[in-house]
Design a protein around this ligand. Structure first.
Ligand code: M6R
Length: 624
């Protein structure tokens, strides 16, 4: 859950590394650093506790001339507090070997004890530093400590020492290494943590995520678990951990680096909220049966016969993606198709209940969330087939799943997920429509109406976004509150959970999402006079019940903001309303979530929080 960059070539190495780190800050941002080597075997290390901007200032104040290769890192602390000493890159005792790492080295204490017994001095509390010292040992064992070692010996020795180092590591890692005596080569390895190389002309790149170098190249190769790369400026060789050379195909990324810029918005989160109509449109495009042919089936390789044969769907995901799973469960159950939804990190024993008839639907924006990947592996081991819904081409999840349904949302940079959620919902609605049609739960006329309704959603999202000013006003009115409640029922209950998560993440206030009917069984006790309560109450089967629950809350002092449509407004009594355009009851989550995203955004703005980089969080959580 940290960001790694690597560069080798004749361009401005330090600028490229630092720029890449800025683009990867969503992966972690408590400390950062770079290490570069020049052609004279000198190594320069620059690290700061804090954000990449501070590193940028340092590098500008003390520029390194002649750097021709290097690595960079932005950290989300696991072992050791955020500090300059614990910031990557880490060095060995000689100061010649430098490593950046993402993941957790599970056997680091064993390794550290042995290395310390052998005289190694550690400078940080991190697990990563053992890698540098281990490398120092391996290099020693290959007898190249003398400066006189011949140049042609250096590259194979660097590679072999690296291979042996990697072989001793247990746990998860994406790592990249520089050795000042071998400035013509960077080495990288991957196990359970994403790593990708970018292919340039006379220059090459390494990163945890393509967004770090998209500005320079769109041609990339994704490393698989158990693979290493030897990266030189004119070429890259790939190997297994056993040292066997392996051929790899490159892919071309369609995203443009400008797609990841703020485009005039104050924050990525706000820009991404405004991109939701497009995200849904792109995800639906050409994939809707019966309107658009059977593209979806061809893409995923999920035939009508397979869809008929599935005994139950099991959704798994984390965070916001889990809330999409909960919507999916209600939607499939509505069509009479058994479905379950679980948080991936709590899937452990349920995984054993999976079988050939289960279709596991794993949802992940990044496709790299460790908990989700682990759950997928467990489900597969139990015999289930896995369908991945993800936004990230080439991610680990896509390579491990049997079927893949991409959302086409473009890069999501804000740590708080917004447009990726809408893309996930759109994909779920597509899938549910296909399943329901294949299993006869929707007649062809009904399937057509369902598709037509879904196709209207992007326009209705645009209409919903027009309510931004009113939503901002409501948010400002409550911004000083330290507690927020969100309630709803049925298919919008997950939206209440999502509303609470959004505000917690970016405003650091206490918020709870509840099934409205559950309030009277305990949580209603926390309501005090003036407590903000956001009630999601569009027209639908639970409207009357919602109206009752809202009255109960008001009677205890709650100040209610109701998310309604023109028809449901007549039934709901609240102090403020956000009135949404009408759509079919089942489709409402794709609209009702938008005011809650904007509400959270404007509360955080009023509180002057760091909206795109909230404290303690990282965009992609690649540790369990
Ligand atoms: O990349 P993923 O969709 O697997 O990420 C899952 C969660 O970590 C993510 O949705 C997280 O909850 C967001 N920060 C929520 O805004």
């Amino acid at each position: 859950m940290c960001g790694i960059t690597g560069y080798i070539g004749d361009n401005k190495t330090t600028d490229i590394l630092v720029d890449g780190l800025k683009r990867l800050e969503y992966r972690g941002y408590d400390s950062c650093g770079i290490a570069v080597v020049d052609g004279k075997n000198s190594l320069y290390l620059k690290r700061v506790s804090g954000r990449v901007d501070a590193l940028d200032k340092l590098v500008t104040a003390e520029p390194v001339k002649g750097a021709q290769a290097g690595v960079g890192h932005t950290r989300w602390a696991t072992h050791g507090a955020p500090s300059e000493d614990n910031a990557h890159p880490h060095t060995d005792c000689t100061g010649q070997v430098v490593v950046v790492h993402n993941g957790i080295i599970e056997n680091y204490l064993d390794l550290k004890e042995k290395l310390q017994a052998g005289g190694h001095k550690f400078k940080s509390e991190t697990d990563t530093e053992v890698i540098a010292h281990l490398m120092e040992e391996k290099l020693k064992s290959l007898h190249v400590q003398e400066k006189s070692a011949r140049a042609e010996m250096i590259e194979p020795v660097f590679f072999e020492a690296f291979r042996r180092t990697v072989a001793d590591l247990k746990g998860s890692f994406a790592l990249s290494m520089v050795w000042s005596r071998c400035p013509a080569m960077l080495l990288a390895a991957r196990m359970h943590s994403p790593l990708v190389v970018g292919l340039g002309k006379g220059e090459n790149f390494i990163a945890s995520d393509v967004s770090a170098f998209l500005k320079y190249t769109k041609r990339v190769v994704f490393l698989n678990d158990g693979e290493m790369a030897a990266v030189k400026k004119d070429g890259i060789d790939f190997y297994t951990f056993a040292g066997k050379k392996t051929a790899k195909e490159s892919v071309t990324i369609q995203w443009d680096s400008t797609m990841a810029e703020k485009g005039g918005y104050k924050h990525f989160m706000l820009k991404e909220i405004h991109e939701q109509a497009e995200a849904v449109e792109n995800t639906l495009r050409g994939r809707l049966l019966p309107l658009g042919g059977n593209l979806l089936e061809t893409e995923m390789g999920l035939t009508a016969a397979t869809m008929k044969g599935v005994s139950a769907l099991q959704f798994i995901a984390c965070g916001t993606a889990y809330h999409a799973c909960l919507v999916g469960r209600v939607l499939f159950e509505n069509f009479g198709i058994p479905a379950h939804a679980d948080v991936a990190s709590e899937f452990t024993d349920r995984a054993k209940l999976m079988n050939k008839g289960t279709l596991v639907v794993a949802i992940s924006q990044s496709g790299e969330t460790a908990d989700t990947l682990f759950a997928v592996r467990e489900a597969k081991a139990a015999g289930a087939k896995v369908l991945a819904i993800t936004n990230t081409v080439g991610s680990t999840l896509t390579r491990e799943a049997d079927h893949v349904l991409y959302t086409h949302c473009g890069p999501e940079i804000g740590v708080a997920s917004t447009k990726a959620f809408l893309g996930q919902l759109a994909a779920i609605y597509l899938l549910a429509g296909h399943f329901a049609a294949a299993r006869g739960a929707l007649s062809s006329a009904e399937a057509r109406r369902y598709a037509e309704e879904l196709l209207k959603i992007p326009r209705l999202i645009e209409e919903t976004l027009e309510k931004e000013t009113e939503i901002a006003k409501a948010a400002e009115a409550f911004a000083a509150s330290e507690h927020f409640l969100f309630i709803s029922r049925h298919i919008n209950y997950p939206i209440a959970l999502e509303g609470a998560l959004k505000i917690k993440e970016i405003s650091y206030v206490h918020a709870e999402g509840y099934a409205a009917g559950e309030m009277k069984h305990g949580p209603i006790a926390i309501i005090y006079k003036g407590m903000p309560l956001l009630a999601v109450a569009p027209t639908g089967r639970t409207l009357e019940l919602m109206a009752g629950n809202i009255e109960e809350a008001k009677a205890r002092g709650a100040d209610v903001v109701a998310i309604v449509d023109a028809a449901s407004k007549k039934t709901i009594k609240a102090s403020r309303y956000i009135i949404l355009p009408e759509t079919g009851e089942l489709f409402t989550p794709m609209l009702t979530v938008i005011p809650l995203q904007l509400f959270a955004y404007y509360v955080a703005l009023a509180k002057k929080c760091d909206i795109d980089k909230p404290r303690n969080l990282a965009k992609s959580v690649t540790v369990r």
